[in-house]
Write a protein that binds this ligand. Structure first.
Ligand code: HEM
Length: 334
């Protein structure tokens, strides 16, 4: 997402990257802690750890916004007149620049906040999804083998998988949908509040009530999902061997309604590329020195606590090296 938003790919020991990750972890911790007040709003009247966490959260948001503001200013400075966009920040700057006074659309002054929203919303969610995909690969080696078999058959071994392979890889997509359903790693959505008295399915909901969607419960409803506690990607494959699109769209992890996640399609693309490129190139095995019992932290997302895995290359690094070199040549980090 750094590459999408700012044109920057970081190495793991990059100081700026580490700083970003620390925001991310703190954000998850604080938002997770803060949700107690959403459930019991009267708690906010008392001095308590949740109130302190909220103050920290405000500071964290200020730091994060400043980080993005700095990126915005650098982009503005270095964007040459007439040049095309290098990344999402540029695309927004250019779109705001084309806007005539009075037109609806993004204003220049709202570009940093928009990128902050998009970049912030994508970090904890996508990184947690990636951890789950790896965890499920090592927990269910037979599923990993089937993902690899499909990739080898459809893509072959001479190139890396790409987006245009997606329609021909139903089992890979079934694995991703089942991972989202089974983990339900965003178990309840961001809190919203009613602005007027209303009713849902005959239940009265008064004005100013904090409302969450319980996605975990929707994804584990035994009426909809036979044996919901089993991890079984084939539940998404229909009798003709294709993805059952109706069932796939019943997985709820991007919330519902008008405020649902705007990153759903981008996330599915990223998860598809991540899963298919890694499984095409590597084997993932559980670390025999680690207990198979994994603990989870419960915040905004359900996240596996640190675990180690054994990763081996299936063949050589050639295809990956070539892809990385190509990306590095195109990079324009601001
Ligand atoms: C697998 C990854 C992701 C999951 C599971 C996820 C899930 C969610 C959920 C549950 C919400 C709350 C919706 C609500 O308020 O009811 C949300 C909001 C949001 N997401 Fe995502 N998200 C993911 C990735 C992304 C990405 C990659 C982006 C970047 C484009 C993104 C951008 C946003 C934004 C901007 C909001 C706030 C929307 C608003 O309330 O105005 N998300 N997401």
């Amino acid at each position: 997402m750094s590459a999408v938003c700012f044109g920057c790919r970081y190495s793991h020991d990059d100081a700026e990257f580490r700083e970003l990750l620390s925001h991310n972890e703190e954000f998850g911790r604080t938002v997770g802690a803060g949700s107690l007040v959403d459930v019991m709003p009267w708690l906010q009247r008392f001095p308590n750890p949740v109130r302190t966490a909220f103050r920290e959260f405000e500071q964290l948001n200020r730091n994060f916004s400043n980080f993005v503001l700095d990126k915005f200013l650098r982009h503005q400075e270095s964007l040459r007149p007439g040049a095309g966009p290098r990344d999402m920040m540029d695309a927004f700057i250019l779109s705001a620049g084309k806007k005539a006074a009075g037109d609806s659309g993004l204003d220049l002054e709202n570009v940093p906040a928009t990128v902050t929203d998009i970049f912030g919303a994508s970090q904890d969610t996508l990184s947690t999804a990636l951890q789950w995909l790896l965890l499920l690969f090592i927990r269910y080696p037979e599923v990993q083998a089937q993902v690899q078999a499909e990739l080898d058959q459809v893509v072959g071994r001479d190139r890396l998988p790409c987006m245009s392979d997606q329609p021909n890889l139903p089992y890979v997509m079934a694995f991703i949908y089942e991972a989202m359903r089974f983990s339900s790693f965003v178990p309840v959505t961001i809190p919203h509040a009613t602005t007027a008295n209303t009713s849902v399915l005959g239940y009265h909901i008064p004005k100013d009530t904090v409302v969450f969607v319980n996605q975990w419960s929707v994804n584990h409803d035994p009426v909809k999902w036979p044996n919901p506690e089993d991890f079984d990607p084939t539940r998404f494959i229909n009798k003709d061997g294709f993805i059952d699109k109706d069932l796939a769209s019943s997985v709820m992890i991007f919330s519902v309604g008008r405020r649902r996640c705007i990153g759903e399609e981008l996330s599915k693309m990223q998860l598809f590329l991540f899963t298919s490129i890694l499984a095409h190139q590597c084997n993932f095995r559980a670390n025999p020195d680690e207990s198979s019992k994994i603990n989870f932290s419960y915040g905004l997302t359900i996240k596996p606590k640190s675990f180690k895995i054994n990763v081996t290359l299936r063949e050589s690094m050639e295809l990956l090296d070539n892809a990385v070199q190509k990306l590095q040549a195109e990079e324009a980090c601001q």
